[in-house]
Ligand binder design. Structure first.
Ligand SMILES: *Cc1c(COP(=O)(O)O)cnc(C)c1O
Length: 412
């Protein structure tokens, strides 16, 4: 097939992009060879103009879909007003955002940062700070096998996968690991020297695995018995993603610290640590801080997102679309023996396969759909929270087609 000049230009741009990165980026990412440059709603477009249905939404970040007109307008207005003033001064938006999060979560206090891992760092530091005044011997953390809490040194210390941690040892000491299937082990691991228990109510990177009610009850009991603080990492599962405001409440958990990120800014980087009054009172001026954290641009984006979620019906829409997606996924699982199980809630789902999920991800890409693999054999779906029934249909048809091709050994 002859390429026209436009196609040749695009190929040159792709080659140039890849070659520049290969020469000048520190090679932390093994990228899929697609160069995305534009998006609209649940769709993104690569430099060659190919359309993709985006069911991963920048790993759960692009919560309102791409180029959302309202979010775009809010961000644009803010860029023309004031972007940043540092935390040396007050500005009108941090308090408003903290108030909304307090109403939404039941935790009255917030600290703003720029990412999920920073939100976890602040949780760990605030837990340590709390015990520093009360009982400085309480420095330990209990974390779960298959957890993921981020890549900075503190978060990494409570992240399970050896291959993430080992090259960076030594990390923070006194972390004990417990299997999320073992309530008794949890009870034994949490002692009078435990500062906090860190957990994801749904383990995201670990393969989309919701904790059981049984395990959650053991966590609450251990906290009650020992006074250990409960830190829930809702960076991926929080803010409506599961059809609930936060999955901790669904599990009956009562955390003193909650980490947020991903969906909060709809694509503008922002993280937040929410805290109980008691923990917040232990923190003094100068104990923690960040230059960018909670700047006007990030707060404006987060305020817009929370208004959509809480005041303009998005949360109930997620519940509805989530129930529809669950039905369609269960039908898919019944049809394909290559699927072992589908797990999730709302608009976070894992499809566990008998084999490595890579061919499914690659097949979907060829058919114009973005999904990703986690924990080896799990296909993860994290669509924009604004996804429609028709878009879900389209996505499930592609998945069905890809699985059929793989079952029969035919590939398009
Ligand atoms: C993504 C994620 C993080 C880390 O967030 P970053 O913004 O990448 O630092 C932490 N915890 C969970 C549960 C996550 O899914």
């Amino acid at each position: 097939m002859e390429l026209n000049n436009g196609q040749k230009d695009n190929m040159n741009r792709s080659a140039e992009t890849q070659s520049l990165e290969s020469r000048h980026l520190i090679p932390t990412y093994k990228r899929i060879p697609v160069i995305l440059e534009r998006g609209e709603g649940a769709f993104v477009y690569d430099v060659e103009g190919k359309e993709y249905l985006d069911l991963i939404s920048g790993i759960g970040v692009v919560s309102l879909g791409h180029a959302h007109p309202g979010l775009t307008k809010a961000i644009k207005e803010q860029t023309q007003t004031l972007l940043h003033c540092s935390n040396l001064f007050y500005h009108p938006l941090q308090g408003k955002l903290a108030e909304k999060l307090a109403i939404f979560s039941g935790l009255p206090r917030a600290f703003f940062c720029n990412s999920g891992t920073e939100a976890i760092e602040a949780c760990l530091k605030f837990a340590r700070r709390y015990w520093h005044s009360q009982d400085p011997s309480r420095t330990g953390f209990v974390a779960l096998e298959h957890s993921f809490h981020g890549r900075t040194m503190g978060s990494l210390s409570v992240t399970w996968e050896e291959h993430y941690r080992t090259p960076f040892a030594p990390l923070i000491p006194d972390v004990s690991w417990v299997s999320p299937n073992d309530p008794e082990a949890l009870q034994n691991a949490v002692t009078e020297t435990t500062a906090g228990i860190v957990l994801e109510p749904i383990q995201g990177e670990g393969g989309v695995r919701p904790l059981t009610a049984n395990f959650a009850a053991a966590v609450q009991e251990a906290c009650k018995k020992t006074g250990a603080l409960l830190i829930t990492d809702e960076v991926q599962s929080g803010l409506g993603r599961t059809g609930q405001p936060f999955y901790f409440s669904k599990l009956g958990l009562d955390p003193q610290l909650v980490a947020l990120g991903k969906a909060l800014g709809g694509g503008i980087p922002i993280g937040a640590t929410l805290a109980s009054e008691e923990v917040a009172q232990a923190v003094e001026f100068g104990d923690h801080g960040t230059t960018y954290g909670g700047n006007l641009l990030a707060c404006r984006a987060a305020l817009f997102f929370l208004e959509e979620l809480m005041e303009h019906g998005l949360l109930s829409q997620i519940e509805q679309q989530g129930a529809y997606l669950a039905r369609r996924l269960n039908t898919l699982a019944n049809k394909h023996t290559s699927i072992i199980e589908v797990r999730g809630s709302g608009l976070i789902w894992g499809i566990e396969l008998r084999n490595d999920a890579t061919p499914v991800v690659e097949g979907a890409l060829r058919h114009g759909m973005l999904i990703n693999r986690t924990d080896g054999t799990v296909v993860r779906l994290l669509p924009p929270l604004t996804i429609t029934e028709a878009e879900i249909d389209q996505g499930l048809e592609i998945l069905d087609m890809v699985l059929t091709e793989l079952d029969t050994g035919v590939s398009a």
